[in-house]
Design a binder for this molecule. Structure first.
Ligand code: UFG
Length: 328
């Protein structure tokens, strides 16, 4: 019995592979290594290839006995998706269609799907729950919503059961120090702040100080990547135990503003971290905070690394020991 992790060389995928290994699972990773790093795959059998390549999927499914899939492989940059949406529909939506067709062909009936808070768009309520309106404000979020829906129709027609996990802001790194966040280019707040602390960037640009929040900067819900990894394993267990298809939010339920994140990073690192205040970034909602009550109740998820200090400290450990990410 093996678990296939698509996108297992990426940030959240690699942490999930590590968590699966800690449980002694047999792991198969499929990654085209466009964004992922070979060195991030610390366990399992790696197939270097693309979801849209039928021959690679045939090899993966015929050479292994796959019981469940955790599907991360996708492009995930909001800004890029607004400039080249076609890339997102092709890789994310068509890639997922290719995967679902092969699951059907090989009789694999369980999939955990890496979704996003970007499916909601501008929230109606804070905290957001899973029944709230989904109206994405960017192409990336729209592809993820389309993928969720497509997976749902494969349940209706072919009994493929799925759990879609909508993450809020993933941050932090594995406690072992072996893996962490390394995006090229980096666009996420926490690694950018820590790169500034290391002196790799002259300053942090704060995008917008006129939002309707207490200090005028955007509020986000930061969740430790290893807590996310744990949720994926609970979701696989639920599906293999016969659970029905479902959607869950994954967040801490607590919001931090951009300024608060920078202040916390200053305390954790002891560095000054210069900032420059700039215009708003297109497509950013003011406040995104999750209600994860449903994941806690139904999956038994209990995120334990939920202090902002600890999340940033774990990322800081990774950035200090690997200032060039997977390059050294
Ligand atoms: N920010 C800055 N300066 C930076 C980078 C970010 O001020 O240099 C701000 C952003 O404007 C935003 C906040 O910090 O207000 C967090 O930004 P991130 O880019 O770290 O994260 P996002 O909230 O934009 O996006 C994350 C994921 C997306 C996902 C989205 C869902 O990266 O994949 O959450 O809400 F779609």
């Amino acid at each position: 019995m093996a678990i296939l992790v698509t996108g297992g060389a990426g940030y959240i995928g690699s942490h999930t592979v590590m968590a699966l290994q800690e449980r002694g699972e047999e792991i198969v990773v499929l990654d085209n290594l466009q964004q992922g790093h070979k060195q991030a795959v610390v366990a399992g059998k790696l197939y270097e290839g693309d979801l849209r390549d039928a021959a690679v999927l045939d090899r993966v499914f015929s050479e292994n006995k796959i019981d469940a899939i955790i599907h991360f492989a996708a492009n995930s940059l909001v800004g890029e998706s607004m400039k080249i949406p076609g890339k997102y529909y092709h890789n994310n939506v068509y890639g997922t269609l290719c995967l679902l067709e092969k699951m059907n062909e090989y009789g694999v009936k369980k999939i955990v799907f890496s979704s996003t808070a970007a499916t909601y768009g501008e929230p109606e309520n804070v905290p957001i729950d899973e029944y709230d309106r989904t109206l994405p404000t960017n192409a990336y979020g729209d592809t993820k919503l389309a993928m969720e829906k497509m997976i749902g129709w494969f349940d209706t027609a072919h009994d493929i059961k799925s759990i879609s996990l909508r993450y809020f802001n993933a941050a932090g790194a594995h406690a072992s120090g072996k893996i962490g966040e390394d995006h090229r280019p980096e666009t996420h707040l926490v690694p950018i702040v820590l790169e500034a602390a290391l002196g790799k960037r002259p300053h942090v640009s704060v995008f917008g100080t006129d939002y309707p929040t207490e200090d005028g900067t955007c509020i986000r819900d930061y969740i430790h990547v290893s807590d996310l990894a744990d949720a994926h394993i609970l979701a696989v267990d639920a599906l293999l135990g016969g659970a029905a298809s479902a959607v869950y939010n994954l967040g801490n339920g607590q919001g931090f503003s951009v300024k608060e994140v920078i202040e916390t990073a200053r305390r954790v690192t002891g560095k000054e971290i210069p900032v420059v205040y700039e215009e708003r970034r297109a497509g950013d909602p003011a406040v995104l905070v999750a209600s994860s009550a449903r994941a806690r109740q139904e999956l038994g998820w209990n995120p334990s690394r939920n202090k902002m200090e600890d999340i940033i400290a774990s990322a800081w450990q990774w950035h200090q020991s690997r200032p060039n990410g997977y390059d050294n």
